[in-house]
Design a protein around this ligand. Structure first.
Ligand code: HEC
Ligand code: HEC
Ligand code: HEC
Ligand code: HEC
Length: 411
């Protein structure tokens, strides 16, 4: 390489260094020539790496790159470019971890690359055992993201139907509501804002995670119009509904996540709810204001109008099963977590509790990576557990990168 090229690289490096987008794109940036060379390291580079590893890393990561304690990642067989870039991220403080920020503070770039090439060259850890039984594969492959609330939801069917479309008169339809309103309305039965003994007892047996999941369950069902239309005059109701539209939507399909949809709602339930807001049994100032000036017949007409409207499904995505999540992960992390791209970490055979920590850190803000934030934020505790079980149990494989002959070499 001549001097000019060196200078160009320096200029380029300083531009990249001062680029504020650096931290976002670092993990997916193209592999540069120095990194590419480290994919087939020289003996000298490996020896340098080994010296660093033995003196500065082995205490925690093991002599052979296989972690000795839960929560510490295995490094043996991990992908070179990923290791190198992560070390840079610890060094710059972009990835925060006290042990790591200390451990590599004094190493220069060349040593970081050498130690990465060294760990990548080691034989990977043996995977955690015990994940091969049928119960485990059933758990990963089950097609039902609502499996863990099905039991609790059996109780709701009698009154609210299988899918939240109640067939019994007087029972509210649940399927056109937002997840948020569902949770608020459920909590109202226990915080005293609504008065219904049986609903109160049912809700007090559920925790927040279950409530959230049930809300998603009903929101992704296809809503149906009630059979209980009431005997009001729907045309008069339509005229009276004008002041309600700003909150509940023109046709009773609310768009706000904290607003209940009224379209297709059971007329008897509707009337009962309106009375409760008027009497103060349900405390809600805007609804008190809305119902205060209405007489009994007007409420009945409004009920008939809304009951006759077609409810629309809320814009809520059906949650993925663990197996569907894993399909997405493997687009980057490779089959069975054996990444074939030197920039993407291998997950196969990784320490289980480290995987859980890492996913929680991306989901929160303590690890800064927009791709992994988007992938991990929607995962539930069970998803994370199952994914960690799955990957820690996969057989890790080292990757051998092939160098293809290039045209210039032929002469
Ligand atoms: C005092 C214990 C300790 C020492 C010494 C140490 N590490 Fe670590 N290392 C950790 C812990 C703990 C983590 C997990 C940190 C986290 O969650 O971000 C980690 C994480 C890493 C990671 C991230 C792995 C991944 O999959 O993202 C790399 C790479 C790494 N260490 C390399 C090294 C190297 C190279 C050295 C020696 C120069 C070293 N470590 C020394 C404890 C240590
Ligand atoms: C025995 C019948 C019955 C059962 C069982 C029942 N509910 Fe209800 N539910 C009702 C009635 C009646 C109301 C209306 C109470 C009121 O007037 O506030 C209601 C209200 C609700 C509301 C508020 C609806 C709204 O539009 O504000 C939600 C949400 C709800 N139920 C969910 C559930 C869930 C989830 C279950 C199962 C865990 C369940 N219910 C079990 C009868 C029942
Ligand atoms: C300022 C916004 C606003 C206006 C205007 C408004 N509402 Fe509401 N309405 C709400 C909110 C918010 C709730 C949920 C209150 C709660 O949590 O109990 C609600 C609840 C209701 C409910 C109970 C729904 C259920 O599933 O339990 C009915 C029925 C209702 N509104 C009808 C009306 C009608 C009819 C009008 C017009 C006459 C109207 N609202 C005007 C905001 C509004
Ligand atoms: C679009 C590509 C992409 C997808 C899809 C993806 N990841 Fe990642 N993943 C990355 C990148 C890039 C990193 C390195 C981020 C960094 O530098 O911190 C990473 C890092 C990780 C890490 C940290 C590894 C370690 O050793 O610290 C875990 C764990 C992880 N991903 C799990 C998953 C899971 C589980 C899924 C699926 C739910 C997933 N990823 C989907 C690209 C992806």
């Amino acid at each position: 390489m001549n001097k000019q090229v060196h200078i160009l690289i320096l200029i380029f490096a300083s531009l990249v260094f001062f680029n504020p987008a650096w931290s976002q794109s670092m993990s997916t940036q193209a592999v540069n020539s120095m990194e590419r060379a480290a994919l087939s390291p020289s003996r000298q580079q490996l020896e340098q790496g080994q010296a660093v590893a033995e003196s500065a890393c082995a205490n925690c990561h093991g002599m052979d790159g296989v972690s000795t304690a839960a929560g510490i990642p295995n490094l043996a067989g991990q992908r070179t470019v990923y290791l190198y870039r992560v070390l840079q991220a610890y060094q710059s403080g972009e990835r925060r971890n006290e042990s790591m920020n200390h451990a590599i503070g004094f190493l220069n770039d060349e040593s970081l690359l050498a130690v990465s090439a060294y760990f990548a060259s080691l034989v990977p850890a043996r995977p955690a055992s015990g994940n091969e039984d049928d119960a485990f594969s059933a758990r990963i492959s089950q097609g039902d993201p609502f499996a863990d609330i099905r039991d609790a939801m059996k109780k709701c069917v009698k009154c609210h139907g299988e899918d939240g479309n109640s067939s019994a008169s007087g029972m509210p339809n649940l399927s056109a509501q937002s997840t948020e309103y569902f949770v608020t309305s459920m909590n109202a039965y226990t915080n005293g804002n609504r008065d219904h003994k049986m609903m109160k007892k049912l809700v007090s047996n559920l925790d927040d995670e279950q409530l959230g999941k049930m809300g998603v369950f009903y929101a992704v069902q296809e809503p149906a119009r009630t059979a209980t239309m009431g005997d009001g005059n729907a045309d008069r109701g339509r005229a009276l509904s004008e002041p309600c539209a700003s909150c509940h939507g023109e046709d009773g399909n609310a768009s706000g996540i904290d607003m209940p949809t009224l379209a297709g709602q059971d007329a008897r339930y509707f009337i009962k709810a309106m009375k409760a807001y008027r009497s103060g049994k349900r405390q809600h100032q805007p609804m008190f204001d809305a119902v205060e000036t209405l007489d009994e017949q007007e409420v009945i007409d409004l009920a008939a109008y809304y009951a006759s409207q077609e409810p629309l499904r809320r814009n809520v995505r059906v949650p993925l099963t663990t197996a569907e999540w894993i399909d997405r992960c493997e687009r980057c992390h490779g089959m069975g977590g054996n990444s074939a791209d030197p920039r993407f970490p291998m997950l196969a055979g990784q320490d289980r509790s480290y995987l859980i920590n890492a996913l929680q850190s991306y989901a929160g803000a303590s690890r800064d990576n927009s791709t992994m934030h988007a992938m991990s934020a929607p995962l539930s505790t069970e998803d994370i557990d199952a994914i960690a079980d799955y990957y820690s149990g996969q057989e890790p494989k080292s990757v051998i990168y092939m160098q293809l002959p290039c045209d210039e070499a032929v002469n």
